[in-house]
Ligand binder design. Structure first.
Ligand code: GDP
Ligand code: MG
Length: 254
């Protein structure tokens, strides 16, 4: 059973076995966030009793995020923290792909670096995956126990509206299509990434809709999304345009 394989806690000696979970964290200018994030991930994964590694994928962040990650490698060890550096800002979709190519876990967790995806939810993802045998466990803001903190009404309505619209148009059964905090069976994620063409928030939507359409088992866990405290979000008008374009393309293409 998965429980037995995941017995390596955070404080135990490094083993040569692959970790059960690889947590891929794309970063662009997250210098202030990565250390706190790593510390909280380590605690959460110990609580879950799960062996893990964190794979940071940094796109030459001008703020020196990569150096902050190198310090974490020194503090936590090369079995716990890995750093993939890329030459420039190449986008989230390909960052997940680069992370996956270097990840050794059987299960892959994708999460943002800015603490919007709180590591305290990790044990719930893992418990759900272990209890149900799901291929994908998706964090949802839109079920009981989930939510958003720090957003104004306009942003809340935009996100909720986009989700309702997209669910209706695409027949999606998942309640949070645009969230990015998810756990995947490794081979499932590889196939989904290879097929997905959208960018921005439409990317997350395309991945989960493709997962549903290809018959993968999807479960959800409620998460509270907290707006970032440090650094800059990528949200802008361009994101909305890309989302609508992505939605239309999925409508005709899937
Ligand atoms: N490697 C990489 N990471 C990125 C890129 N764009 C955003 N990120 C990271 O992806 C995560 C989500 O980005 P964020 O700006 O917080 O998006 P938002 O929360 O939707 O506004 C954060 O960890 C960012 O640092 C990129 O082009 N390359
Ligand atoms: Mg964010």
């Amino acid at each position: 059973m998965a429980q037995n394989r995941g017995a390596a806690g955070g404080s135990q000696a490094p083993s040569n076995r692959a970790p059960e979970y690889s947590i891929i964290v794309p970063t662009y200018n997250e210098r202030e966030n990565v250390a706190v994030l790593m510390w909280m991930i380590d605690r959460a994964m110990q609580e879950a009793g799960a062996g893990y590694e964190v794979v940071f994928v940094d796109d030459a962040s001008p703020d020196g995020t990569a150096d902050a990650v190198r310090e974490l490698i020194r503090a936590f060890g090369t079995h716990r923290v890995r750093l993939i550096t890329r030459a420039g800002k190449l986008g989230l979709g390909s960052a997940y792909g680069s992370g996956l190519a270097h990840a050794s876990g059987e299960w892959i967790i994708l999460m943002d670096a800015d603490l919007s995806h709180h590591p305290k939810h990790l044990p719930a993802f893992i418990a759900k995956q272990r209890a149900t045998g799901a291929d994908v466990v998706s964090g949802t803001r839109y079920q009981l126990g989930g939510g958003v903190a720090g957003w104004n009404l306009v942003r809340k309505l935009t996100s909720r509206g986009a989700n309702i619209l997209a669910s209706f148009i695409l027949g999606a059964r998942t309640s949070d299509l645009t969230g990015a905090y998810r756990l995947y069976r490794r081979d499932a994620l590889a196939k989904l990434l290879a097929a997905t063409k959208s960018r921005g928030y439409a990317f997350q939507m395309e991945v989960i809709v493709r997962a549903q359409y290809s018959g993968l088992r999807i479960e959800e866990v409620p998460i509270v999304f907290v707006d970032r405290l440090y650094g800059q979000s990528k949200l802008g008008v361009g994101e909305y345009v890309q989302f609508v374009k992505g939605l239309l393309r999925l409508l005709v293409g899937l």
